[in-house]
Design a protein around this ligand. Structure first.
Ligand code: SF4
Ligand code: SF4
Length: 61
């Protein structure tokens, strides 16, 4: 399984992660990406690729 996390301090609110995750792990709340369905993550690494601020981290457990 994979653990997805967003560093709120680094997130710039571009919405790229939320718009590109194929299984809707992220939602935008108050201008920041929030992980709302981490259990659904398939480890595709799209979110870490599209995040230009390095706010998303993906860890395989
Ligand atoms: S690794 Fe892929 S499935 Fe997992 S949160 Fe990122 S974009 Fe979504
Ligand atoms: S891609 Fe990165 S900067 Fe953009 S909303 Fe997601 S976490 Fe924030």
């Amino acid at each position: 399984m994979y653990i997805v996390a967003v560093d709120e301090g680094k997130c710039e609110g571009c919405e790229e992660c939320a718009n590109n995750c194929p299984v809707s792990v992220f939602e935008m709340k108050a201008g920041k990406a929030v992980v709302v369905a981490g259990d659904s993550c398939e480890g595709c690494q799209t979110c870490t690729s599209v995040c230009s601020s390095g706010a998303v981290t993906l860890t395989e457990m």
